[in-house]
Design a protein around this ligand. Structure first.
Ligand code: SAM
Length: 199
């Protein structure tokens, strides 16, 4: 595979460019120094906005992509790539922002790498926002409207009639349940150590 062919893996991800305004909003509002993106595949776009991103993915195509000259020549900021399973222990310093996009229950397995007061941006495609909403360590502090973050979080994560929100079941199945009120992405804050285990 040539260097340019490695970059073409990214170009095939036509949907990810749409998230650039949201990453810019998060950069403006949270100013995260360190970002963790498990299940990234080859979505390198955050490294055009955030200054230090660690990517984790187990796909066999990722190591060559992230190590390739085509990527390193384009990306303006520092990044690291870990080829592995995010459910396994990872050698990662505490981060300010955890990204969870279409890649399973990251809020559960990678919460340990977020500093107290740090944030999680999750969608619910693989039920991860629902998993986080049932985790008392995470507090819902925003919902994404377009590329903006609304701080009006009332009424979210109430199951539709007949649906049951079972955290363990959602982690296992990665299947979202229906809620009466939804958003494209949800912003959670990790509670401080003092009250993180309040039930
Ligand atoms: C549907 S893709 C999403 C890619 C990217 N987040 C996006 O929004 O375009 C899911 C990715 O998560 C990765 N993945 C799923 N489970 C994983 C795990 N336990 N550890 C590491 N990577 C995982 C897969 O290898 C795949 O590349």
């Amino acid at each position: 595979m040539t260097k340019d062919n490695k970059w073409s893996l990214y170009e095939e991800l036509s949907h990810v460019e749409q998230r650039r305004p949201l990453w810019e909003t998060l950069a403006d509002e949270l100013a995260p120094e360190r970002v963790l993106y498990p299940g990234s595949y080859v979505d390198i776009l955050p490294s055009f906005v955030f200054r230090n991103v660690t990517y984790v993915d187990m796909d066999r195509r990722c190591p060559a992509f992230f190590a390739g000259d085509a990527v390193q020549q384009r990306v303006p900021y520092s990044y690291q790539f870990i080829h592995g399973d995010y459910r396994d222990p990872l050698d990662i310093a505490p981060v300010d922002l955890l990204l969870s996009q279409y890649a399973g229950p990251i809020s559960h397995y990678c919460k340990q790498y977020v500093r107290p007061g740090g944030h999680l941006l999750a969608n619910n495609s693989h039920a991860d926002a629902g998993v986080a909403a049932l985790d008392s360590d995470w507090e819902l502090v925003g919902v994404v409207r377009g590329s903006q973050i609304s701080r009006d979080v009332e009424g979210y994560f109430e199951p539709k009639p007949g649906r049951v929100a079972d955290r363990e079941e959602m982690i296992e199945s990665m299947m979202p349940i229906g809620y009466t009120k939804t958003a494209s992405n949800y912003l959670f804050r990790l509670k401080s150590t003092d009250n993180a285990h309040d039930e």
